[in-house]
Design a protein around this ligand. Structure first.
Ligand code: SF4
Ligand code: ZN
Length: 312
């Protein structure tokens, strides 16, 4: 049996062995073409959603996981001015290991890495749990948002980039739809504009799946923390991800279609509710209700009066 050929090698007269099959796009790719495809997809996402330009100073929130490290590596390869921020949550073993991975990448790409040590700033996540009844992830989320925004503002960054991937976004979207969280749905978008003291936030990997992200770091030989955070085991998002993965396996492309369909069809209406229906106002000529400045009847009247000849 002849081995399968890379979809892109076929068009470029090269012949490298196929390393990846992307069932969502029906693409068989060699390592070189997968990297090209991946980088091009992220670059297109950055442009499509106007995330940032080469003039921006980007702060990448790195956790030590594959997505954020891969994102930082990629942005520096694409020539963006991207520096890193690592927040050490003080979770035994998990934090020290992930911190090392973040620091190793910073030395490899020779970019500065800001480190916030929660234990010395305030208290570690395990300690904070004794002070608050809130779940660890909720405390952690609040603190991460606080320090990300603060470090970014204090150091004059213009954009904050996070490594949320397609699977993360689809799981959140699914949960928001299941519960009809309209407020969250309205805010779920790959770009959140700057608002007052809050910096612009972007998710350049929103159209990249978890598997694609893992392959990118593997092919670039970027080590990252493999075990999940010990507090993540009960997160309901893991359950959502499992269900969605099952749907994806039955029908490849389900996740990307669901997510991009939302961004294209529903998100604009939720973010700009005025587009669903124009607000009513009163006609400036006759005073009857209308959605335009002059109501349809007065427009007709004006047309007839200004034009002595009816249309033939
Ligand atoms: Fe923080 Fe929860 Fe994520 Fe652990 S799983 S890093 S506690 S948000
Ligand atoms: Zn190829």
């Amino acid at each position: 049996m002849t081995p399968p050929k890379c979809t892109l090698c076929k068009t470029q007269q090269t012949n490298f062995p196929v390393k990846v099959y992307l069932s969502s796009y029906n693409l068989k790719l060699c390592q070189k073409h997968f990297i090209e495809w991946f980088e091009n997809r992220v670059a297109t996402t950055i442009e499509k959603y106007r995330m940032f330009t080469p003039h921006d100073k980007i702060l990448v929130a790195v956790s030590g996981g594959k997505d954020s490290l891969g994102l930082w590596f990629l942005l520096s390869r694409l020539g963006y001015h991207a520096e890193g921020l690592y927040i050490d949550l003080g979770i035994p073993e998990y934090s020290s290991q992930s911190r090392t991975y973040a620091q190793n990448l910073a030395s490899r790409i020779q970019r500065p890495l800001h480190v916030v040590d929660l234990a010395s700033e305030l208290a570690s996540i395990p300690e904070l749990r004794q002070w608050s009844r809130k779940p660890a992830c909720s405390l952690c989320g609040t603190l991460k948002r606080y320090y990300m925004n603060r470090i970014a503002r204090e150091n004059a960054y213009t954009v904050l980039a996070t490594g949320h991937n397609l699977d993360d976004e689809v799981a959140v979207l699914w949960n928001n739809v299941m519960h009809w969280n309209m407020e969250y749905l309205a805010k779920q978008y790959p770009v959140l504009p700057a608002e007052g003291p809050f910096l612009k936030k972007v998710k350049p990997l929103c159209r990249i799946s978890e598997k694609e992200s893992a392959l990118y770091t593997l092919f670039h030989n970027i080590p990252y923390i493999k075990p999940e955070c010990p507090y993540s085991t009960h997160a309901s998002s893991l359950e959502n991800k499992r269900i969605l993965q099952q749907l994806e396996e039955e029908k490849p492309g389900t996740k990307i279609t669901f997510y991009t369909g939302f961004l294209k069809n529903l998100s604009p209406l939720l973010r700009h509710p005025e587009r669903i229906s124009s607000p009513l106002t009163l006609c400036i000529v006759c005073g009857e209700p209308t959605t335009t400045e002059v109501c349809a009847v007065c427009q007709l009247k004006q047309k007839i009066q200004g034009d002595n000849h009816p249309p033939s």
